[in-house]
Ligand binder design. Structure first.
Ligand SMILES: [Fe+2]
Length: 265
């Protein structure tokens, strides 16, 4: 796997997206948002891989995973007109199937092919399972960081707009009411990930996204969180209750300590 193969995959992917173009303008908007998301996840991946000092092969594999991580979104939307997995299919598993059925990676050695397919299939799991082999683990950690960083970008752009103007799927259909759920703030305080099924309000969803910061794997990703003002932007829009203040204080301290220990290392 090298940069030339990656260039071929980029062209293949843009043709694949064109083949899944929608007739309806709003549907096509959704398709293009996922295409833009993919390109940004690739860009985040390049930066993290460079800062981690990955070699050319590992960096090319990482970017291939980024390029194909959401490939299942296109047939998912084509068939079900939704990006919500709970209402349709697991888009990560569907993506792995697309790669295999269309023989996209046929020119790669079998080990690299299975590494990419397995990582795509795993990219959206709630928590990574134990016992993964080292290469899958590295690639899965990388794509999950790069993906989260772009989900925050998309969400922060939405926060600049009135929720009434948000695309229907963006807020997961959650009410924009002033409260948040105690269970969600408890999870954030305990540094635990929040399940989508426990969300009751849009504030819960914002707290869930703040909890993702504890799930980041690499210092370059944390640096990007700080550069992009993710904590400030998200926390400015949640109610400033004492519990929220306490949980956010812990989160800020966690980031500062992690980054300070990286600099010292
Ligand atoms: Fe995804």
């Amino acid at each position: 796997m090298n940069a030339d193969t990656l260039a071929q995959y980029r062209s293949w992917f843009s043709r694949f997206v064109q083949d899944h173009a929608a007739r309806n303008e709003q549907d096509q908007q959704n398709i293009l948002l996922k295409y833009a998301h993919t390109l940004q996840v690739c860009s985040n991946t390049r930066r993290i891989a460079a800062e981690l000092g990955l070699d050319e092969r590992a960096a090319a594999i990482a970017e291939t995973v980024a390029l194909f991580h959401d490939i299942g979104r296109f047939p998912q939307y084509h068939r079900y007109r939704t990006f919500q997995d709970s209402l349709s299919v697991n888009h990560a598993v569907l993506g792995a199937q697309v790669l295999l059925e269309r023989h996209v990676l046929r020119d790669l050695p079998g080990l690299e092919r299975s590494l990419i397919v397995r990582t795509v299939a795993l990219h959206n799991v709630f928590l990574l399972p134990r016992g993964l082999d080292d290469e899958v683990l590295l690639q899965a950690k990388l794509v999950r960081d790069a993906d989260k960083l772009d989900i925050w970008r998309v969400f922060m752009e939405l926060l600049d707009r009135d929720t009434a103007d948000w695309p229907s799927a963006a807020g997961l259909g959650l009410p924009d009411t002033p409260e948040h759920s105690p269970g969600v703030i408890d999870s954030l305080e305990r540094r635990e990930m929040v399940r989508l099924t426990s969300l009751r309000t849009l504030n819960d969803f914002k707290l869930l996204q703040l909890a993702w910061i504890y799930d980041l794997n690499f210092a370059p990703s944390l640096r990007m969180v700080v550069e992009r003002g993710v904590i400030d932007r998200l926390s400015a829009t949640v109610p400033q209750t004492p519990e929220v203040g306490r949980a956010l204080g812990k989160l800020r301290q966690f980031v500062a300590v992690r980054l300070a220990s990286e600099t010292a290392a």
